[in-house]
Every structure is written in C-alpha cells, then in structure tokens.
Ligand binder design. Structure first.
Ligand SMILES: NC(=O)c1ccc[n+]([C@@H]2O[C@H](COP(=O)([O-])OP(=O)(O)OC[C@H]3O[C@@H](n4cnc5c(N)ncnc54)[C@H](OP(=O)(O)O)[C@@H]3O)[C@@H](O)[C@H]2O)c1
Length: 240
C-alpha cells in the first residue's frame, strides 16, 4: 500500500507505541486518526503533528463511543485504509491475587476493544474492496505473551492468546475480501506499559521506533503480499 493520503485509525495513540505509529505514519504522508482516553495527550500530538493527525477521545471498551469515533473518521475522511488495534494493558501478579476488576479491564481493553473497532471497520473495508479491488489492512498488536505462558501474567496471557486466535480467524475470513490482517508479537518495549503492569522493565528493551519501522514496512508491502505474523524481540534483553 502506498501510504500517501491513506486513512489510518490507531487505537491507544496517546502514548508509547501508538503515538510513535502516529508520528511515523504522518511522516509517510498518511492521514492519521488516533483514539485514546487522555484528551490532553492527544492534543499534544495534534500540536506536534499538525493537520494530518486528529485525536479522538474514546474509551475503546465502550461500544457507543467506538461507534461515534468510527463515524467521525468516516464523516471527516470518507474511508479507513488501515486499522491498528494497539490499545492494551497488562496488570501482572499471581493468579490467586488477580482481582475481578483487573481481569475485566484486561479482557475489555485487550479483546473487547479490538472486537468493537474491527467489527465496525470490516464493512467499510469490504466496501472499499468492492469499489477498488483492495479493502485495507488491520494490524493487531499482541505480544510474545500471546505465544508463551509465563508466571504472574496469566490474565494478560489469556488476552494475547485470544488476540492470536482472533487474528488467525480473521485473516482467513477476510483475505478474499481484499483485507490484510497482520498480528505482531513483540517482547519488551520501552513504554509506560510497565508502570501500569506493576513490574520493572527489562534492562535492554526494544524501542517504539523499532516496532513502528516494522509497521511501516508491513503496511507498504504490495497488495497481494501479506505478512500475517511477526515475532519481535530485543537481542540482549539483559543488556551487554
Ligand atoms: N511495552 C511492551 O513491552 C509491550 C510488549 C508487547 C506488547 N505490547 C502491547 O503494545 C500495545 C501498546 O502498549 P504500549 O507499550 O504502547 O503501552 P502504553 O504506553 O501504556 O500505551 C497504551 C495505550 O493504550 C491506551 N488505552 C488503554 N486503555 C484504553 C481504553 N480503555 N480506551 C482507549 N485507549 C486505551 C492508552 O491511552 P489512554 O490511557 O489515554 O486511554 C495508551 O495510548 C498494547 O496492546 C500492549 O499490550 C506492549
């Protein structure tokens, strides 16, 4: 896909990976819309990136808010070429200490949020495919925790394994509709994720720029070439 003037919707754009994706995709000439709850952070990004970025205050777990957000993108830009399902969080700790609220929060942001945004965007992309022969690209940000179970991250594991299954199913379901589905499985990245997760970050993590450069590469591949899954890791997570 040539990214110039393409319409991109990123969830979780106020920080970390999502904010970096927004910066790099605007630099590629895309029109980027970013969803998050923290309006001030989105405003800062609008000021930094200018008219090519629009922040939309939206809690991705709330069906009506997601509906309104997607409607506002369509009213403003008329199409959605790329959806990056990036909003997510972990609340780490022993399985017998996970609260019901922590379980629900991770399920709602990491899975229900992906479901709500994706369900709304698929018909838009199918229509684009009917009109032009190519529908669009959905990229899901899972984690290595979607491939490997580990102690003290059981709930997060459930959500990211779930996202793996959702991505695989979706990829097979919509490929003939001209819609690409890619799922990323990154290890540790230097973001605010670890403040929320409640564990220290590894000594030598990847950077948001690392992951974002790969996103740009994957989005720019030719229409009939799909990279469906990528595992990303720091080479020396413990440092040299
Ligand atoms: N950092 C890592 O080591 C790592 C590794 C593998 C995978 N990942 C995945 O990468 C993705 C991005 O994480 P990150 O590292 O960039 O973390 P981050 O810096 O904490 O950013 C998380 C983003 O998600 C948004 N978000 C959280 N709850 C939301 C909600 N209810 N509605 C809308 N937006 C919401 C946040 O915005 P607001 O708070 O403003 O709503 C924020 O923009 C997540 O899916 C995470 O699981 C991270």
């Amino acid at each position: 896909m040539i990214l110039t003037d393409k319409v991109v919707l990123i969830t979780g754009a106020s920080a970390g990976l999502g904010a970096q994706f927004a910066k790099d995709l605007v630099a590629e000439g895309a029109r980027v819309f970013g969803i998050a709850r923290r309006t001030e952070r989105l405003n800062d990004l609008e000021n930094e990136l200018g008219g090519a970025f629009t922040g939309i205050t939206c809690d991705i777990t709330q069906e009506e808010q997601v509906h309104q957000a997607i409607e506002s993108v369509l009213e403003s830009a008329g199409r959605i070429d790329v959806l990056v399902n990036n909003a997510g969080l972990g609340k780490f700790g022993p399985a017998d200490k996970v609260t019901t609220e922590e379980w629900d929060l991770q399920m709602n942001v990491n899975l229900k949020g992906v479901f709500l945004a994706t369900r709304a965007v698929i018909p838009v992309m199918k229509q684009q495919n009917a009109e032009s022969g190519f529908g669009g690209h959905i990229v899901n940000i899972a984690s290595v925790a979607g491939l490997l179970g580990n102690p003290n991250i059981s709930t997060y594991n459930v959500t990211k394994f779930g996202l793996k299954g959702y991505s695989e199913s979706l990829f097979k379901e919509v490929r003939q509709d001209g819609i690409k589905v890619s799922c990323f499985y990154p290890g540790s990245i230097r973001t605010e994720f670890f403040d929320e997760a409640g564990i220290p970050i590894s000594a030598n993590p990847m950077t948001p720029e690392n992951i974002s450069s790969t996103l740009v590469h994957v989005l720019k591949t030719p229409d009939n070439y799909l990279i469906s899954e990528i595992v990303m890791r720091p080479l020396r997570p413990k440092g040299v």
